[in-house]
Design a protein around this ligand. Sequence first.
Ligand code: NDP
Length: 444
Amino acid sequence: MEVKKVLSDLKRRFPNEPEYHQAVEEVLMTIEEEYNKHPEFDKYNLIERLCIPDRVFTFRVTWVDDKGQVQTNMGYRIQHNNAIGPYKGGIRFHSSVNLSILKFLAFEQTFKNSLTTLPMGGGKGGSDFSPRGKSDMEVMRFCQAFVTELWRHIGPQTDVPAGDIGVGGREVGYMYGMYKKMALENTGTFTGKGIEFGGSLVRPEATGYGNVYFLLEMLKTKGIDIKDKVVAVSGSGNVAQYTVKKLISLGAKVITMSDSNGYIYDPDGIDEEKLAFIFNLKNVQRGRIREYAEKYGCKYVEGARPWNEKCDIAMPSATQNEIDGDDARALLANGCFAVSEGANMPSTPDAIAEFLNAKILYAPGKAANAGGVSVSGLEMTQNSIKLSWSREEVDAKLQSIMKDIHSQCTLYGKQEDGYINYVKGANVAGFMKVAKAMMAQGIL
Ligand code: NDP
């Protein structure tokens, strides 16, 4: 494989998809050496078959708003690769959603799911619909309209969606309800469901908790204790909330959170009570992070990201490309020694290069945030066996999976000087399993 050629071909065939190109380039650059040790991979043109999704569904979603006006949005589902199990990946509702973003997410998901040790392929879907500012009824009507198209492409053994940005328990509930009505089956096609109808304990917490568990594994390699470490977190949605919750319980000091309008800086640290305010603000009131600063009298910076604040550890948990080269340099200059990604691809290639050159502990999202999809996999298992596991059982399994992912990264990412390149480790480990499965199944 010649990475430059593969990339230029993909760019020619799929122009105007910068996020997809970025994700593919990052993976190909790091797996090239391992890939080229296996001439049989090239003979079977594994790389193109792995980069190009198996199929992409695009559809119009029509719904009626509270004023009686007819609205249209675009809906998508990318079924990227099912070599190791049913397509699996979240649904994103955000005004920025387009094919490029979903293709990058589905591509990443394929490697992430491979790392989880569970039998799940990679997929992703979504819409340019934004739930922000919409009433419950509008969100419900939109979800129902979205699923009347999506339902025929998904199923418990084919493709199992879940949540992502803009899609939490409320949206999954509405989508699952409509799916059940259309498909006339009740086997759990969707994860992140409510606990009363097949959801798993610890699924809401899983991505954030899992990221902290992965961070602990990284810190362990350096003999560093999390207690009293100062942590900058971005985002204030599902992943950020549970990241902060776990960090507080371990005695770390979280000084920032954000939303798409700006960030708050609380030098005293966000404690349990302040975090409860955020849970209510974001999940019930659906308000803005600025209101935290108004309530607790701390700094709020409009239109900025938190990476200029001094911290030991950064945990980006909002969206893609939220740490650029300048942000990375600011973090490093302020002494940050670990970055563990809750979001998908939050660091730009420039930022990643800075972290790797500085040889700090740096965990890419596909390893560090894999706890979410892992517990989704556990939810699928519980649905299949028609049993529910206790909180302790699920949490123990999550911890063990995150440890396993860390070991896989170390296996493929440890350099001669002892530095663990988690980017390379995660990409190669994730890739090898999918590649072997694809080889065994013939040219499809
Ligand atoms: P939520 O919708 O619950 O929260 C997203 C948060 O990020 C909100 O605070 C939102 O602010 C902020 N945000 C979204 N878009 C932007 C933007 N363009 N610029 C700045 N801030 C933004 O989503 P999740 O917490 O579920 O997802 C966060 C990240 O984690 C995503 O990258 C997602 O792909 C990833 N992830 C999520 C998993 C899960 O289980 N949920 C699993 C693995 C990864 P606002 O409210 O203003 O929009």
